[in-house]
Ligand binder design. Structure first.
Ligand code: ATR
Length: 289
């Protein structure tokens, strides 16, 4: 049986759950993998990636801070990577031997939202944050055709350049095409409908860091989703804050990004092996007591 040589590269890397997740996928799919974490500094990234694939690597996940720089070491990339300028999944293509870059973060989020029963993403979505994490999800959310995706960020000046990267998609007239706007533009719009879904893409570390969001039009938000995840038995600052929001709406859903983590990994696994793995994984299976 073939053994897939896989891994994840980042700096730092010791916190990564990817080795455990992929080993669980492989065990359940009954295939053999060797999935290693690699601690690599930016200065060594290019030679590391080339050596990894020259040594028989089939696939490599890329995490912070290398999601942008890794593109210097690949031969080709997917349309999504071209759009967002970052990748998390590198693959050695067996037919051409080229190194190909893809991003599974956005689709991982969509699957995480579905799994959390956050289905009504056709209505207006508010994203907090304008960094790499926010940019990695906007395109895939656009393909779900919410009316508007609005972005709010602590540093307002950073939002406009992000908005300009995501013009309406080039789709046929049958689909109402999603506008990506900054929150000020949204608030000035006459027919803005308020948000149902709020996604945290900031790296804020304290519950108090979300206080400023309380002045945003979030009274109708029923779905709170955090791209960050917490350990077993802990909660993220955003989840704590969201739970304390008395929004008066029924059916409030508050989730951290654990589901997204599993699904973006599953999509990488499928790209490398062709197998859709069993994604029913709990925190208890990944975090040591
Ligand atoms: P990432 O790639 O994880 O998105 P990043 O590009 O550094 O990292 O972006 C971090 C995001 O979290 C930014 O939107 C940042 O806001 P600023 O642009 O104002 O820095 C946001 N962020 C980080 N700490 C924050 C805090 N304490 N309160 C609010 N937003 C915060």
């Amino acid at each position: 049986m073939k053994t897939y040589k896989l891994g994840v590269v980042g700096d730092p890397i010791n916190h990564s759950l990817s080795p455990k997740i992929h080993n669980l996928f492989a065990k359940r799919a009954n295939i053999k993998i060797e999935y290693e974490p690699y601690h690599v500094l930016t200065s060594n990234l290019d030679s590391f990636i080339r050596d990894f694939f020259d040594d028989g690597g089939s696939g490599l996940n890329v995490t912070l801070p290398h999601k942008i720089d890794c593109l210097n070491s690949v031969d080709d990339f997917s349309p999504i990577v071209k759009k967002i300028g970052a990748a998390n999944t590198l693959t050695r293509l067996s037919d051409t031997n080229q190194i190909f870059a893809d991003s599974t973060d956005g689709m991982g989020l969509i699957k995480g939202l579905m799994e959390a029963n956050i289905n009504e993403i056709k209505s207006d979505i508010l994203i907090l944050g304008a960094g790499g994490a926010a940019q990695s999800i906007i395109h895939d959310l656009q393909t779900r055709f919410p009316r508007v995706i609005a972005i709010a960020n602590r540093t307002k000046e950073k939002v406009k350049p992000v908005v300009s990267r995501f013009p309406p998609l080039d789709y046929d007239n049958l689909h109402p095409n999603t506008q990506v706007v900054d929150i000020e533009t949204y608030l000035n719009e006459r027919d803005s409908q308020g948000f149902r879904t709020l996604i945290n893409a900031t790296s804020a570390k304290e519950e108090l860091d979300f206080k400023w969001c309380e002045s945003l039009p979030i009274k109708g938000v029923t779905n709170f989703y955090d791209l960050s995840y917490s350990k077993l038995g802990e909660t993220t600052p955003f989840v704590n804050w969201a739970k304390n929001q008395d929004i008066g709406a029924k059916g409030k859903i508050v989730r951290d990004g654990f589901g997204m983590l599993i699904h973006q990994a599953a999509l990488s696994f499928e790209i490398w092996t062709g197998i859709k793995p069993d994604t029913k994984i709990t925190k208890a299976e990944l975090f040591d007591e």
